[in-house]
Write a protein that binds this ligand. Structure first.
Ligand code: A3P
Length: 289
């Protein structure tokens, strides 16, 4: 008599919602959407579709990690889930919340200065294997986050009546990267942070994406075949087997002409701040002076 071994059907990999291993954490208006969509061209990347604002909004954080997970896309094991909420970079409460996480994760941020001027824009991403010890207190106890509507005439609001740069004006304030980065460096080791220059991402995305793939431990998959330059838009558009798209018209807008004297003034103002940022990251990003 022959006994036939019962053959179990091969286990099919099941997709699940996973907490992100990578975050794009800022700064707004600096190409965060472009970065996320470009990374999503990679078959091993899944993205949260909207900005979840889990770590920077009390009301969201109060809903708990399972709520956060429910906002994530389905992914297969081995795929990397990425979320972008550009205000993470500048919101001190983020650190307070991050210290409660004990999972391996990846963090990222993407930043720029005087972006309305299309002045230097920069990208920064960070990666974390293990959560380092977090500060016992929020980085700035009692700090209140200010929400200021995005202004129309940047120049008039950036320059005070006495002709000086208004550092309280939000687009200027959030462009002082060193003021925010040093807090991230208190929580995450430098090697967990990757700095990507946003200007370079606009000019030629592939080399920047190669760096990011390496940083994330991904095989190189995103290449020239995934981009074509759209002359009308003046930016690269994206394609792969399932996608062929440019970013929405709110991304890559026509910028008003800015008085060159103002641009000079802003550039001069940013020299020392940029230098402080370079010192922190140990890298000269070569933003124009
Ligand atoms: P502008 O619309 O001011 O030119 P964010 O997604 O963080 O809001 O950033 C928007 C910025 O992304 C745009 O700012 C644009 O400069 C930049 N960007 C980078 N690559 C782009 C691309 N391929 N298509 C459109 N915009 C891109």
């Amino acid at each position: 008599m022959a006994l036939r071994k019962r053959i179990r059907p091969a286990k099919q990999p099941r997709p699940a919602r996973r907490l992100p291993q990578a975050l794009i954490i800022g700064v707004r208006k600096c190409g965060t959407r472009a970065l996320l969509e470009m990374l999503y061209l990679h078959p091993m990347v899944q993205k949260a579709s909207g900005e979840v604002h889990f770590f920077d909004r009390d009301e969201n954080y109060a809903l708990g990690l399972e709520w956060y997970r429910s906002k994530m896309p389905l992914s297969f094991k081995g795929q990397i889930t990425i979320e972008k909420s550009p205000s993470y970079f500048v919101t001190p409460e983020v650190f307070y919340y991050l210290r409660y996480l004990d999972i391996d994760r990846t963090y990222g941020f993407y930043s720029s200065s005087a972006s309305q001027l299309r002045a230097p824009s920069r990208t920064i991403c960070s990666r974390s294997r293990a959560l380092p010890s977090a500060p016992a207190q929020p980085a700035l106890p009692g700090h209140q986050c200010q929400t200021v509507p995005v202004p129309k005439p940047f120049v008039y609001l950036a320059i005070s009546p006495d002709g000086s740069i208004d550092v309280a004006y939000r687009p200027i304030a959030i462009s002082l990267y060193h003021a925010y980065l040093h807090r991230w460096l208190e929580v995450f080791p430098r090697e967990q942070i990757l700095v990507v220059n946003g200007d370079l991402l606009i000019e030629d995305p592939v080399p920047q994406l190669r760096r990011i793939e390496k940083f994330l431990g991904l095989e190189h998959k995103i290449g020239r075949k995934n981009f074509y330059f759209n002359e009308t838009k003046g930016f690269y558009c994206l394609r792969n087997d399932t996608t062929d798209k440019c970013l929405r018209e709110t991304k890559g807008r026509k910028h008003p002409r800015v008085d060159p004297a103002v641009v000079t003034k802003l550039r001069k103002f940013f020299i020392q701040h940029n230098q402080r940022f370079y010192d922190l990251v140990g890298e000269d990003l070569g933003w124009p002076e």
